[in-house]
Structures are given as structure tokens and as C-alpha cells.
Design a protein around this ligand. Sequence first.
Ligand SMILES: Nc1ncnc2c1ncn2[C@@H]1O[C@H](COP(=O)(O)OP(=O)(O)O)[C@@H](O)[C@H]1O
Ligand SMILES: CC(C)(COP(=O)(O)O)[C@@H](O)C(=O)NCCC(=O)O
Ligand SMILES: [K+]
Length: 257
Amino acid sequence: MAFLAIDIGNTRLKWSLYDAARPGAVPIAHGAEFLDHIERLAEGPWADLPPPDSMLGCVVAGDAVRRRAEEQLVERFECSPRWVVSSQAEAGIVNGYDHPTRLGADRWVAMIGARHRMMTQGAPRPMVVVMIGTAVTVEAVDVHGKFLGGLILPGHGIMLRALESGTAGLHVPTGEVREFPTNTSDALTSGGTYAIAGAVERMVQHVRAHCGAEPACYMTGGAGWKMAPSMNGDFELVDSLIMDGLLVIAQERMLAG
Ligand SMILES: Nc1ncnc2c1ncn2[C@@H]1O[C@H](COP(=O)(O)OP(=O)(O)O)[C@@H](O)[C@H]1O
Ligand SMILES: CC(C)(COP(=O)(O)O)[C@@H](O)C(=O)NCCC(=O)O
Ligand SMILES: [K+]
């Protein structure tokens, strides 16, 4: 029962094909396409794949992008598209958002993936779940799996473009992360990196104070590896957090009939 998981963010579509919708499954194949290249999937990376029996995805890019992905799915696999919508509760997470369905589906699925991982690692703990994609999100989840709330920040690229377009003198190549930057490139790169690291540190403090326990901290997203060396504390970098969450949800829904 092959299963295809898809995550469409604001920059790239990521996909993973598994032999079954089972948490912990190893992908048979996986890939990522920038949104401009979605039309290549059916005749490119998907051309020689065994067709999945089902799929589940999350999409936060617009409706037009979602439709282009659905066209590829139907063209290549005749597979009915199914997309996760954030809800009141699913797979161990309870949604504390004012309007639960307005929470980005990628954030919801990543928390579900993180909670599942944390429960396999030992006793339940609160969590901080960080996603470094086009935007950066920093979620707080208590020991019972309640999503308390989260931060949204601009990602590295958006921060740099905002500074470039809002100033006369900030057009420079990417620099290095330095504690005390002494040139414009390093100052910009370090500023962006420590803005994210600082926001994450604050959320860790908030969770520690609110929950009275040390949170388990997970980080994911296309630019997670860039942030990892600059993070304080014990962050586990898990590239597959969203795919893991999709596997958990797909299996639970299958078991529920
Ligand atoms: N191969 C790559 N080369 C350069 N940057 C990358 C690459 N992959 C990811 N990134 C960085 O990660 C971000 C996109 O990550 P991703 O998780 O795909 O975002 P989203 O989910 O928002 O589409 C980009 O903004 C970019 O900074
Ligand atoms: C915050 C996001 C833009 C992150 O998108 P991404 O960086 O993964 O492309 C996305 O999850 C979103 O559009 N959320 C809806 C608003 C919300 O979660 O409150
Ligand atoms: K994402």
C-alpha cells in the first residue's frame, strides 16, 4: 500500500514515497521542487515511481499552486488529492489557536510529527517546535499535547530582501555568522541568524516557565541546517518532521476506517 506524502511551502514542494503509511517507514524515493517547477513532476522525478495507493499532504502556498500539484498527481498517478486542514484535535495534539482552522497546516502537521517522536523517546515533555522555511515558526506545546501558541518571523531570505529594499547601502553578498560582525555582509547574516535564535530562546524560556519543565526542542525546514550551529540548548534537527506527521495522521485515519 504505497503512500505519497507532500508538503507544499511558500518556496518548495517536498515529497516522499513510502511502501506504507506507517510512522518510521523509510522513503522509497523523495525530492523537492521549487514551486516554479511543479509542472515537471509527472514527467520528471515521478516518471518511474511505483504509483501510490493513497496520498496525504499539507499546503500553505496558494490555491493556484495547490491546483498545479493536483494536476500532476492526477496526470501521473490518478491519485485523489487529500490535504490536511488544522482542526480542534488530531493525533495527540489539541489546538489552542483562536481559530483552529486558520493555523498553517504545515505547523499543525510538524507538531504532530514532533509529538509522536517525543513520545517514542521517553516520558511526555513539553515541546518547542521550530520550522525554518520561507518563514520561521516557533511553536509551544505542553506536556499533554496542547498547542499553546506560536511565533511567526520572517525567514533569512525575507529579512535580507526587506533590508535590501528598505535601505540604500545594504546590497552585499551573504556573510558569515559572527559574534561581533565587522563588515556589512557578516552583520546582515549574523543579525538574521541571531534574530531567529533569540526568538527561539525566548519561547524556550516561556515554555519552561509556563510548564515548569524543560521542553524537548525540535527543528526542521529547508534552512534548518543553517540555523543549527547557532542554536543554544539541545535542539534535535529532524528534516522529516512534516513527513513524519503526515505518516502519523495517515495511519491514524486508516485505523479509524
Ligand atoms: N538547496 C537549497 N539551496 C539553498 N537554500 C535552500 C535550499 N534548500 C532550502 N533552502 C533554504 O530553505 C528555504 C526553503 O525551505 P523550505 O523548507 O523548502 O521552505 P518552504 O517550506 O517555506 O517552502 C529557502 O528560503 C532557502 O533559504
Ligand atoms: C506561517 C506560514 C507562512 C509558514 O509558511 P512556510 O514558511 O512553511 O512557507 C504558514 O504556516 C501559513 O501561512 N500559516 C497561516 C497562518 C498561521 O499559521 O497563523
Ligand atoms: K514548510
